[in-house]
Design a protein. Structure first.
Length: 269
């Protein structure tokens, strides 16, 4: 009987990382979760697959505390590349590496990226990608959009469900994917032979506005923390990933998730 393939998930107890752990186990991988407590003890271990789901997702930190955010999003990636041995390294990155996140014609995977035009957060994510390309012999980078799923703890959908004021304009539009679909797509890409040096935008198909999400929640009236909050449009090009994997529609994903939360079938923090 062949030995199970080994997989380490850095940040495997987090919102996205925990979904990767569940999917890996369901597919027969021997999965090791690496968190703060386990990191020193597991340093030096060898794995077939190393998934870095540990990057910072709080964009404001890159502006308020750039040195701290650099350590969380960039330096931590460098450390993991040298602290562990692996056959394939997967970095969960962000669509914020694109200067224009609103127009799918300007943010496909082969779009040239000028670091001077990136947000501080996007710049740090892009630096992390460059480090992975430099030091990992076999790598895959997933540039991710918005998510819903069990344990959701931030974003506009969370704020609406918790009846909290919004930090963006209600007409802002985003792509959303359930975390379990992200995990499925990750392992589908590996099984289809895309482990070596591939970049993929991974996000739901189409967008939904924050106002439209509010309409799915009974007695939910979107309010903002203050006048003049930004109106954001996030729509990344998903043509490449959709030729390989099934990618759910944003609207159906959000409708299903909101219904599941309202019916207590999925929990949020």
């Amino acid at each position: 009987m062949a030995a199970k393939r080994t997989c380490a998930v850095l940040g495997g107890r987090g919102f996205v990382g925990s979904a990767v752990v569940r999917e890996g186990v369901s597919r027969g991988w021997e999965v090791t979760v690496i968190g703060r407590e386990e990191y020193p003890r597991l340093t030096g271990r060898n794995f077939d697959l190393f998934v870095n789901a540990n990057g910072n997702s709080r964009k404001y930190l890159a502006v308020r505390e750039p040195t701290r955010e650099f350590d969380m999003s960039v330096a931590s990636v460098m450390r993991s590349l040298h602290d562990f041995a692996f056959e394939t390294y997967v970095l969960l990155s962000s669509i914020d590496v694109y200067p224009d996140c609103s127009d799918p014609r300007k943010n496909s995977e082969d779009t040239p990226i000028d670091p001077r035009h990136l947000s501080p957060y996007g710049f740090h994510k892009y630096l992390a990608e460059i480090i992975v390309r430099r030091y990992a012999a076999e790598w895959m980078i997933l540039r991710m959009g918005g998510f819903v799923g069990p344990g959701l703890w931030k974003n506009s959908i969370y704020d609406l469900l918790r009846r909290r004021p919004l930090r963006v304009h209600p007409d802002s539009r985003y792509q959303y994917l359930h975390t379990r679909d992200l995990a499925r797509i990750l392992f589908d890409l590996l099984s289809h032979g895309h482990a070596g040096q591939g970049v993929f935008n991974v996000a739901g198909t189409g967008t939904i506005s924050v106002r439209e999400v509010a309409e799915l929640i009974p007695d939910c009236e979107p309010t903002t923390i203050e006048p003049g909050v930004p109106l954001e449009i996030y729509e990344v090009n998903t043509d490449r990933i959709r030729t390989i994997c099934a990618v759910p529609e944003t609207r159906r994903t959000v409708e299903s998730f909101v219904r599941a939360v309202l019916e207590d079938r999925e929990g949020i923090r």
